[in-house]
Design a protein around this ligand. Structure first.
Ligand SMILES: [Mg+2]
Ligand SMILES: [Zn+2]
Length: 196
């Protein structure tokens, strides 16, 4: 486990299936894809002094289906939209790699594709975050695991892939119907330690 240095907590959020519908098509940011209540919930986190950071796997880039710039624009577009809506967005990161791709600049294994914790750790270092008091929220068990490996606490939402992972969720990981339920969970405060 990586020790977060003293700093502020943040909420790391997966994008597809967590904040917005995963259409299975190439990711282009469209506000219409956001799940109901997402903007309001993230604004409440800002009011609780909890900034958010977006962390997303974009293996499309390694596969050559999307350019690095297009993947960047899709994620930055969501970040800008949220900021304009009054959400404090610390930053974002995406993983362009894919372990099944053998050639090209994004081939092979990396330290940033979730469940690896690299995206979270990089943002934590850049923004002086306390990972031990931070939370990772996603719709997939790889998000839960990335949070755990980063030394943060994780919660899983039942949107996106979430409902398909019922029954596989590690003990102690809070289950939320959607991101709209996140402020209620976080208002209770951060648990002292990560569930095993
Ligand atoms: Mg997802
Ligand atoms: Zn990567």
């Amino acid at each position: 486990m990586i020790e977060g240095r003293a700093g502020r907590p943040a909420v790391f959020l997966d994008r597809d299936g967590t904040l917005m519908r995963d259409t299975g098509a190439l990711p282009v940011f469209d506000p219409e894809l956001l799940y109901p209540g997402v903007v309001e919930a993230l604004r409440e986190l800002t009011a609780l002094d909890l900034p958010v950071a977006l962390v997303t796997n974009q293996g499309w880039v390694a596969r050559g289906a999307l350019t690095y710039n297009e993947a960047e624009q899709a994620t930055a577009g969501l970040a800008r939209y949220l900021e304009r809506a009054g959400v404090r967005v610390l930053g974002w990161g995406f993983c362009p790699h894919h372990p099944d791709v053998d050639t090209g600049p994004w081939a092979g294994r990396c330290v940033c594709r979730k469940p690896e914790p690299g995206l979270l750790v990089r943002l934590a270092v850049r923004h002086g975050l306390d990972l031990g008091r931070s939370v990772m929220v996603g719709d997939n068990l790889i998000d839960v695991e990335a949070g755990r490996r980063a030394g943060a606490r994780s919660a899983i939402v039942m949107t996106g892939d979430g409902s398909g992972h019922r029954g596989l969720i590690p003990a102690g990981v809070p289950v939320l119907e959607s991101v709209a339920d996140l402020p209620r969970l976080l208002r209770r405060g951060f648990p002292a330690s990560n569930p095993s």
